[in-house]
Design a protein around this ligand. Structure first.
Ligand code: UDP
Length: 333
């Protein structure tokens, strides 16, 4: 029996794959390598299939060759700003291609899925911290694409008996303790890696997107959760669903928010360097505050984020940033 991990060579997927292997699961990864990196699959026993989840024949072959017990579905585009500019790309990949995956699962009687959802499905929060029962009303196509798939999977639950865990991530950050794998997007749009990159000589300054939000310092507040804490929640969610427990949606966050300015200050404290910054306009699609109520995830999965301190999280990102693989930024290409 094996677990199929879509997008398993990406930032969060690759950390989860490591954790699955450590916990004795046999893992098959499918990744189209648009944002994934082969080097992020560090365990030799993992089967890596290069290709797209929208490729029906490829998926069929995987399900024929391996007895797939459950699927962890990471594969998706995940840039909020890009999704506003290129919605077609987001709906095609995140929704249409995912339907091909769900169809193949159904045809092969594989009905257990852990789905990477997001706090972006909540839209502008009406209450902080955000619980799972908060209204879901996304304000960008990325959030809509993820909410649509939640709804589709819920219909598959009712009609075909699919069982699921939706993991609604807040802001994934940091890198593995050993500094082996880390955040490596190209183009990079995420705050923490951009702040770290801006510390290097010759790099452009980081732009703070909006200083007129209704928050104490005027900049957006997010709940930054370490990628290894996200990974461990996936392993627990998988065991939960394989053991026959009921389908559920869970928030994965630390339960504490930091503003953009606080992140910049923390990066300066961790690195001892001065961040080169400028102030710019708000970015379309950004809600002012997103902070999780993670009570349900902790209780349901018997899970606990290990990294509760933003300095520690940034320190792991900085370690990886410094140690990785040469390249122009000291970052893996
Ligand atoms: N942000 C920023 N400058 C940047 C990138 C991000 O001010 O160059 C802000 C962004 O507006 C948001 C926060 O940092 O409030 C986190 O953004 P990120 O893209 O890392 O994650 P997201 O919240 O979009 O998932």
């Amino acid at each position: 029996m094996a677990i199929l991990v879509t997008g398993g060579a990406g930032f969060i997927g690759s950390h989860a794959v490591r954790d699955l292997v450590k916990n004795g699961f046999k893992v098959v990864v499918i990744d189209n390598m648009i944002y994934g990196h082969k080097e992020a699959i560090v365990d030799s026993e993992v089967t890596l299939v290069e290709g797209d989840i929208g490729d029906k024949n490829l998926l069929k072959n995987i399900f024929t060759q391996h007895k797939i017990e459950g699927v962890i579905h990471f594969a998706a585009y995940a840039y909020v700003g890009e999704s506003v500019k290129e919605p077609l790309k987001y709906y095609k990949n995140n929704v249409a291609s995912s339907l091909t995956l769900l169809e193949t699962m159904l045809e092969n009687d594989c009905k257990k899925i852990i789905f990477s959802s997001t706090c972006a499905t909540y839209g502008n929060p009406v209450q902080i911290p955000i619980t799972e029962s908060h209204p879901q009303s996304p304000i960008n196509p990325y959030g809509w694409s993820k909410l649509m798939l939640e709804k589709i999977i819920m219909d598959f639950h009712r009609a075909y008996g699919f069982e699921y865990v939706f993991l609604r991530y807040f802001n994934a950050s940091g890198s593995s303790k050993e500094g082996i794998i880390g955040e490596d997007h190209e183009p990079e749009t995420h705050l923490i890696p951009l702040v770290l990159r801006s510390l290097l000589p010759g790099e452009p300054p980081i732009t703070v997107f909006g200083t007129d939000y209704d928050t104490p310092d005027g900049t957006c507040i997010r709940d930054y959760i370490h990628v290894e804490d996200l990974a461990s929640a996936h392993v627990k969610a998988l065991s939960y669903i394989l053991n026959g427990n009921p389908s559920i949606a869970l928030n994965l966050g630390v339960g504490r928010g930091y503003s953009v300015k606080e992140i910049i200050q923390a990066a300066e404290a961790v690195t001892g360097l001065k961040v080169n910054l400028k102030y710019g306009e708000r970015r379309a699609g950004d809600p002012p505050i997103l902070v999780a109520d993670n009570t349900l995830a902790k209780k349901t999965l018997d899970w606990q984020p290990v990294y509760n301190d933003i300095n520690e999280i940034i320190a792991t990102a900085w370690k990886w940033f410094n140690s990785s693989h040469g390249g122009r930024y000291g970052m893996k290409k």
